[in-house]
Design a protein around this ligand. Structure first.
Ligand code: ADP
Length: 415
């Protein structure tokens, strides 16, 4: 009910029809009370909420402006090869922190766009693999900084989606970054995808701190965070998963969080529709369930005193997509192992300054079991294998190297 001037509003609490002695309808009797104040309060809150959203949007936008030139300046400093070590350190600190700040501001901007319904997808036909590659490349610096191992496994056949490639990559990137952030240093992260009828299922799984069962249903809510008291140097605003859920929904899919509880790791599962012809092509062709290992990029150190031998192997490995460094004696190999932090080291045994066995021992001392050590030698006798095992090698390959065997060992590193 409204007063004629529209100022006041009334609500009817209860109303019952009343009838006269002859049964004639008299009208309704009920109590009416004034809800003007409540309405005014609700409107004020809505207004405040809208203004907060507008403020966040403006804030994010304004914060973004000064970030771009800072990042550019860092890139210019990176080109400066003669920078003193302490200045390099300062440059890298600025670079890392400004990247983190950019991520936060971008999230804030997206959040305000989402709450105001302003995100529009630019959908096109995209191949899952290229979206995954983009996300993996963007998350790699954080994953490497935290010393995690990443394994990526995609279906052998192309998976076509009707999607906005940038937004979909953002979804996977958020999940990968979370997996990295919420996992103790040196953990393992898997990104796997497989086809399930007309859907593709993408799982991002980690060996991290896990999520308490009570928190699972609320984890996608805006600003939801399990523990705000933790060291939040890597934390965000609690927006990432909200964005993930919204963006996945806008693609016609859904996302679920799984965890056996604290310390038991987490798994996020995204389901997305694949486009129809694709579903048809898949179901009408014989499909093997065998997923081909997708070889993500490893950092590999090749140490061999025969320069041509080292260089040709390095060339082969970099063509396969890995990042490769070389060393030509044992001592340099040890130093380079510390500096470059490779995932895999291929060591020749007979090398000057420090032989392969000694180099392997020192590398194990400094890097522990975080690195796969492969002996590459002309000597393949039982005794040689025993000695390389003792020195801490994981595998022993004989020269000339069997590239297939080597590729298989490397693929295992990534599964
Ligand atoms: P943010 O990371 O900025 O806090 P998110 O929305 O991305 O926000 O994540 C919300 C919360 O969910 C995080 O604060 C964290 O407590 C929890 N979380 C997300 N991903 C993981 C994960 N892989 N493992 C454990 N906890 C996670």
């Amino acid at each position: 009910l409204r007063r004629h001037d529209g100022e006041y509003r009334w609500a009817i609490d209860s109303a019952a029809p009343r009838f006269g002695a002859d049964g004639e309808f008299l009208g309704y009797i009920g109590s009416v009370f004034d809800i003007t104040e409540r309405k005014q309060m609700e409107e004020a809150l809505k207004d405040a909420d809208r203004r907060k959203d507008e403020f966040l949007a403006m804030l994010a936008h304004e914060l973004r402006n000064p970030l771009a030139p800072i990042r550019n300046a860092v890139h210019i400093l990176k080109k400066q090869e003669t920078l003193a070590t302490d200045l390099q350190w300062a440059r890298d600190v600025i670079g890392r922190q400004v990247d983190q700040m950019t991520r936060l501001v971008d999230d804030l901007l997206d959040l305000s766009r989402i709450t105001r319904g302003k995100i529009e997808l630019r959908k096109e036909r995209v191949e899952l693999r290229s979206v995954v590659n983009d996300a993996v490349e963007s998350s790699r610096p954080l994953i490497e900084e935290l010393g995690h191992r990443l394994s990526v496994e995609l279906p052998p056949q192309p998976v076509l989606l009707e999607a906005d490639p940038t937004r979909l990559a953002q979804v996977l990137l958020n999940l990968l970054n979370n997996a990295a952030k919420y996992t103790e240093r040196g953990g393992h992260i898997w990104l796997r995808a497989w086809q399930d009828n007309s859907q593709v299922v993408i799982s991002v799984k980690d060996t991290g701190i896990g999520i308490p069962t009570t928190m699972l249903p609320r984890i996608f809510e805006m600003f939801a965070q399990v523990d705000r008291s933790l060291d939040r140097s890597l934390g965000g605003l609690g927006i990432g998963l909200t964005l993930v859920q919204q963006l996945v929904a806008m693609h016609g899919g859904d996302v679920e969080a799984h965890s056996q509880g604290p310390g038991k790791g987490s798994e996020f599962i995204v389901r997305l529709p694949v486009i129809a012809e694709q579903a048809y092509a898949i179901s009408s062709s014989p499909v093997t369930n065998e997923p081909a290992p997708f070889v993500s990029r490893l950092r590999i150190l090749v140490a061999d005193d025969n320069q041509d031998s080292a260089d040709s192997l390095a060339l082969f490995l970099s063509i396969t997509g890995h990042e490769v460094h070389t060393a030509h004696d044992g001592l340099t190999a040890v130093i380079e192992a510390e500096r470059f932090q490779p995932n895999v080291i291929l060591l020749d045994i007979g090398m000057p300054k420090l032989n392969g066995y000694e180099a392997a021992r020192r590398i194990r001392e400094q890097s522990g079991n975080n690195v796969l050590l492969i002996a590459l030698t002309g000597w393949g006798q039982e005794e040689d294998r025993r000695r390389s095992k003792e020195a801490g090698f994981d595998h022993h390959l004989t020269k000339p190297v069997d590239f297939d065997a080597l590729s298989r060992l490397l693929a295992e590193q990534m599964v």
